[in-house]
Design a protein around this ligand. Structure first.
Ligand code: DGI
Ligand code: FE
Ligand code: FE
Length: 199
């Protein structure tokens, strides 16, 4: 007999294959399996990691204005920076909403992992960190600075890896005209302190 959770994962994979562009679908599979590997390495629930990975970008096909409209219709709060950068930032919040309402996810930790996968937040759960990191290091990710080192770190220490990814993301964002969400900065400050205490 095939386990129920395996059937659910199979159905989510099929749904994402239909909903996402082939490029985004490949990224999604990469994140899902990378999250599973990190769950193995760090002792987290593998099926939750794969579910979060499969659904994390499920709102990406919606245009910025569609995401804003969906939030307004369903009384989800939108910050000013999210309103100005909906495609980069709002898809995480909308994704968590769709994971719950359309794809039937009820586990709060999975929904929070999706919700915070772009900015992170201070005091993240193990699953939240796993999804955030898997999104950055999955095999199909285009090369960014220090990626080999970050991929190795990810299997050793989730907190120092968070600090390193956030440092590089903030440095990258400062070279673009994308506005920085205060949550991204708060998350960096939190993990930077944690990792300097340990070294
Ligand atoms: O959806 P993905 O492309 O797989 O990855 P993601 O959800 O982690 O991030 C989407 C983009 O958002 C990525 O280029 C990094 C960027 N980002 C992260 N924090 C911030 C941000 N963009 C803005 N404008 N502000 C932030 O604070
Ligand atoms: Fe994303
Ligand atoms: Fe992603």
């Amino acid at each position: 007999m095939v386990e129920k959770s395996k059937i659910e994962l199979q159905e989510l994979r099929k749904a994402m294959e239909q909903e996402l562009s082939s490029k985004r679908y490949l990224h999604t599979l990469g994140v899902s399996y990378t999250a599973a590997c990190l769950a193995m390495a760090h002792g987290a629930d593998m099926d939750s990691a794969m579910t979060a990975g499969l659904l994390h970008d499920c709102a990406k096909p919606l245009k910025g204005e569609e995401q804003i409209a969906l939030c307004e219709k369903n009384h989800l709060e939108i910050s000013d920076v999210e309103r100005l950068n909906p495609s980069a930032l709002l898809h995480a919040k909308v994704g968590a909403y769709l994971a719950e309402t359309r794809y039937g996810v009820t586990v709060p930790d999975i929904l929070n992992a999706i919700r915070y996968h772009t900015t992170g937040r201070p005091q993240m759960s193990k699953l939240e960190k796993i999804l955030y990191i898997a999104d950055y290091i999955e095999p199909g990710r285009k090369h960014v600075a220090d990626l080999e080192q970050i991929r190795q770190m990810a299997y050793q220490n989730l907190d120092t890896t968070m600090a390193k990814i956030l440092e590089n993301t903030l440095a990258y964002l400062k070279t673009t005209d994308g506005q920085i969400d205060s949550m991204t900065e708060e998350t960096y400050e939190y993990y930077k302190k944690g990792s300097s205490l340990r070294h």
